[in-house]
Design a binder for this molecule. Sequence first.
Ligand code: DUC
Ligand code: ZN
Ligand code: ZN
Length: 469
Amino acid sequence: MPRTPRTAIRGGLLVTATDETPADVLIEDGRVAALAAPGSAYAAGWTAERTIDATGRYVVPGGVDGHTHMELPFGGTYASDTFETGTRAAAWGGTTTIVDFAVQTRGRTLREGLDAWHAKADGRCAIDYAFHMILSDVHEGTLKEMDLLVSEGVTSFKLFMAYPGVFYSDDGQILRAMQRAAGNAGLIMMHAENGIAIDVLVEQALAEGRTDPRHHGEVRRALLESEATHRAVQLARVADCPLYVVHVSAQEAVAELARARDLGLPVFGETCPQYLYLSADNLAEPDFEGAKYVCSTPLRPREHQAALWRALRTDDLQVVSTDHCPFCFTGQKELGRGDFSKIPNGLPGVEHRMDLLHQAVVDGRISRRRWIELACAAPARMFGLYPRKGTIAPGSDADIVVYDPAARQTLSAADHHMNVDYSAYEGRQVTGQVRTVLSRGEVVLDERRYTGRAGHGRYLPRDPCQYLT
Ligand code: DUC
Ligand code: ZN
Ligand code: ZN
């Protein structure tokens, strides 16, 4: 393995989840070796082979996106980003770690699913990566395999209360998986929507000729998200196991999480930029354009956004990840023309999370430290990667972003790097831009020139959730 040059990043404002301070950073052998006050005798004495000037910029930890779906098979097609294209786009956007979801196919073992995801990712990633495991077929064999996976560093398992016949688990299966996780330190992640009820409403909508993309949002009622969230919390209480609810979008679901947390329960939640910035209005765009915004949980009426922002401030939601699951408009989203239930579910976003959350700093919604907490430190802790990832401290991996807080940019498919033919944020102006990115001390983006390579990224076995110890 070639060694990375001893590197100093000088003159920037170091921002972590806990501190903001002008600091120089010394990097050695891919790790943070030292921090020092700029201009101090100590920092002046560093003998660096390479110096990065961060004057006027923030120096922040590389982003940790705890929820991506590269190459996910869905609705007869595949998410359009491979591990190669998706991790390259992530690097462009200042994300240096992803945790993707390996899938257990029905009738197959967890091991087979995990091996398949390793085969897709191995040697192709530009940044470091880890896996959660999706359980699609919970039975005695699956439960035993969960123990093994936790011991190997796959310490979180996603269950679906939605998608009957595909990923769906019934309450008995969920309870058994939760009981197992309670005993093996696994974290249960929940897609909380009542899929059985949703399927009734889908059938009724289609029978009545309500086939446009906006009906995807209408049948996936907020109440069916909050009901499932409530049920998941109660099942986790019965099993005495921690719970992490993914892609929370409805204010009623936020209320369920807040209530659980007020009781002191180990219940956590994430939301995603699409729920913070987009809405059911996008799903209603004419000429089938709404299909670009079909994902589950769905985009909600704009009124829900205030509850999500509030929960991010009050820590009722702890993490912002992307649920990056891109499908091209042409040839993929189009599968659902005339039948919204056939539109593959998912939005592209892995490239824009750091910028969209920084915009929230600019808008005064969150502090700079909260930006880093939500995008870097909390997901690293939640998924057992801290302090190797998610912060800048001596001993941490040198996954570092030099960020220009004043640059203006317009998000567009014309110049994004995700392998998808549209942008969910087309034309949106944001303030702030990733300039330079290091992954384990290697420069992968150099003043917006890509210098990374497929195969640099390493697989990361993870510790159990660090919010519980
Ligand atoms: N939701 C999506 O939008 N896509 C993939 C799976 C999911 O739960
Ligand atoms: Zn989901
Ligand atoms: Zn997902």
